[in-house]
Write a protein that binds this ligand. Structure first.
Ligand code: CTP
Ligand code: CA
Length: 225
């Protein structure tokens, strides 16, 4: 990965990503989570490193190897991911939130394994987790902040709503209702929105798609900095 300087539009840039799912503990042996594989985030970390960035990857539990030249911080819960990001965000130029962060966590974590009872129902109370990307985008001197939106309908409406509500510079949206796209699949297509425009990144393997998206992020970052 020794590209000529022109080919390294992120040389000297510190870029942090989140990737993978989070696990929200219920008791010592159980958690709530989701099907995120982390593939897109890890592919983006590799693409950013290839473009010359100094990359920090904050990752939930995934079965993936760390890309060459990338610094990895492993976390489990959304709260741990939030802490790890906030500890290091001050020095970052670009932040890309690719993780499928659990929106809610069990309000209490039982100290002992929860036992089955005679009742046919069990109620678990949840509390909202911090919104990591929104908090980063609200920081004074915030980094160029990129979010993701996985939607099952009204993709543009919900993505643009997240872009403005969270104060993001860019959002990459995918329609997870389409077959063979998104969460656990190897191929994906994205529509990228920023306040003044949009771009379509056609269906491709996550490695190629990550290269396209990271090149677009570098272009927009360099236009504004
Ligand atoms: N995100 C985050 N912290 C959270 C929840 C989401 O940083 N606690 C980030 C994701 O990494 C993603 C973006 O926010 O970049 C959008 O996530 P998404 O789940 O689509 O948005 P929500 O605001 O949680 O809305 P909803 O789940 O209701 O669609
Ligand atoms: Ca969510």
């Amino acid at each position: 990965q020794h590209l000529a300087p022109k080919m390294q539009p992120l040389a000297g840039i510190k870029l942090m990503l989140t990737a993978g799912p989070t696990r929200e503990p219920l008791d010592p042996v159980r958690f709530l989570s989701n099907h995120s594989s982390g593939k897109m985030g890890f592919a983006l970390a590799a693409a950013a490193a290839a473009l010359g960035a100094e990359v920090t990857l904050v990752s939930g539990p995934v079965a993936l190897a760390t890309p060459a030249g990338v610094t990895r911080i492993d976390v489990e819960s959304a709260r741990q991911m939030h802490q790890a990001v906030m500890r290091h965000i001050g020095s970052q130029h670009i932040f890309v939130a690719c993780a499928a962060v659990a929106d809610y966590a069990p309000r209490t974590v039982a100290e002992q394994k929860i036992k089955k009872t005679d009742s046919d129902t069990l109620v678990i109370e949840l509390t909202k987790n911090p919104d990591i990307v929104a908090e980063v985008a609200a920081l004074p001197g915030k980094p160029f902040t990129v979010g993701f939106a996985a939607e099952t309908r009204d993709v543009e409406k919900y993505a643009r709503d997240k872009l403005s509500r969270k104060g993001l510079d860019m959002i990459a949206a995918n329609d997870v209702s389409l077959a063979g796209q998104g969460f656990n699949s190897d191929d994906n297509a994205l529509t990228v929105f920023w306040p003044a425009g949009r771009a379509e990144l056609p269906l491709a393997g996550k490695t190629e798609l990550a290269r396209h998206l990271m090149t677009l992020i570098a272009e927009k970052y360099n236009e504004t900095h």
